[in-house]
Design a protein around this ligand. Structure first.
Ligand code: SF4
Length: 359
């Protein structure tokens, strides 16, 4: 059946009525994905929610969950080893223990902003006299491109290209977050790669969740499904983003990851080390591992003690609980990663928050 505009408007109206009319017990819904947090704010969906529905922002922003120590390592590589850091722009202003990469650049670090990991490989090929370290952070959505970059560097026999890996995978994180919300709003993009099996496994363990897309209609549909299913009183899972997310995920992307990287324990800002939640290069690609090649020492990884990013990423605080929010910490002068990133919760509250949550 093809949906015409009138039918779609009917569905939207119905979803809206279900959401605004909710009067049951408190329902805590965690937006695992930072893009969901931003879109829900931007589309004004928060203003539709009755008091009994509480949205909790989770740890699904790759920049936000990358620990301070990682920034310290990148700065150490640049300033102590003279490596050129190739990175997406959003990591540039994340504070490390003593400075950000942006400040390190002012202090002489060579930083190159790239738009894909393959750009970093091309840079390494063009500048054989420099060691190029690509900052490899992100979830299942971005890891395949990083794997392909390493493979290309190997094919081209490059000896001056490295990954500083802090990649994360979501399944173990969902398990670590169990109990922090009544329902997970699963990230659509990550689910497009991983498929739905993990969500079904979690449902069978009593954890409810819904995969959602990012448009107003997709988000309203997902929220209304959560409400209807929650009323039934048993764990549930629904894929409300079927135009993109298939049960099997993206087998080709999963194969590339599986053939290039192995699972490892990984440190998440706010969630500490989650066993099996990271990815590291397989033995045959270890020559491209910056940590091994440069023997990076243990670095402090000290966050500003007043910053509450960790609590926010665990869903136990909101930006308005942070004394620095909107005062000492703003997008122009970020003190924590959650204010830097375009997917960060503090940046969403700052951009879209109502007067009531702004100081
Ligand atoms: S407002 Fe700034 S200092 Fe406070 S938790 Fe957010 S990023 Fe950290």
């Amino acid at each position: 059946m093809r949906f015409n505009t009138a039918m779609q408007n009917d569905v939207l109206q119905k979803a809206r009525e279900i959401i605004t009319g909710y009067e049951g017990k408190e329902l805590r819904i965690m937006e695992v994905c930072g893009t969901h947090t931003h879109e829900i704010f931007r589309l004004g969906i928060r203003s539709l929610l009755p008091p009994a529905i509480r949205l909790i922002s989770g740890p699904g922003c790759p920049v936000c969950v990358t620990p301070v120590r990682y920034i310290d390592e990148a700065i150490w590589l640049a300033l102590e080893k003279g490596a050129t850091i190739a990175t997406f722009g959003d990591l540039l202003r994340v504070p490390g223990s003593s400075m950000s990469l942006a400040r390190a650049r002012q202090n002489g670090a060579k930083i190159s902003i790239v738009y894909s990991p393959l750009d970093a490989v091309a840079l390494a090929a063009k500048k054989p006299e420099e060691n190029i370290v690509f900052l490899s952070v992100g979830f299942e959505t971005t890891v395949p491109a990083e794997c392909l970059a390493v493979r290309k560097a190997k094919e081209e026999n490059l000896r001056n290209f490295f990954l500083l890996c802090a990649n994360k995978t979501m399944p173990e994180a969902y398990r670590a977050l169990e109990g922090s919300a009544d329902v997970f709003l699963y990230p659509g993009h990550v689910s497009a790669i991983t498929g739905t099996e993990i969500c079904k496994t979690l449902r069978d363990r009593g954890v409810s969740g819904v995969i959602a897309g990012f448009t107003a209609s997709e988000l309203l549909t997902a929220l209304s499904v959560i409400i209807l299913e929650s009323k039934k009183g048993r764990p549930f899972f629904a894929n409300c983003y079927p135009r993109v997310v298939k049960d099997e995920g993206n087998p080709e992307a999963l194969r590339i990851i599986r053939e290039t990287m192995d699972p490892c324990d990984s440190e998440w800002r706010g969630l500490s080390v989650i066993p099996g939640s990271g990815l590291t290069l397989k033995t045959e690609y270890r020559d491209f591992d910056a940590k091994e090649h440069f023997a990076i020492p243990a670095l402090p990884g000290k966050q500003n003690p007043r910053c509450r990013c960790g609590d926010i990423l665990r869903g136990v605080a909101t930006p308005k609980d942070c004394p620095l929010f909107g005062g000492a910490c703003t997008p122009d002068h970020p003190i924590g990663a959650c204010m830097v990133s375009s997917e960060g919760t503090c940046s969403a509250y700052y951009q879209y928050g109502s007067e009531e949550i702004l100081p």
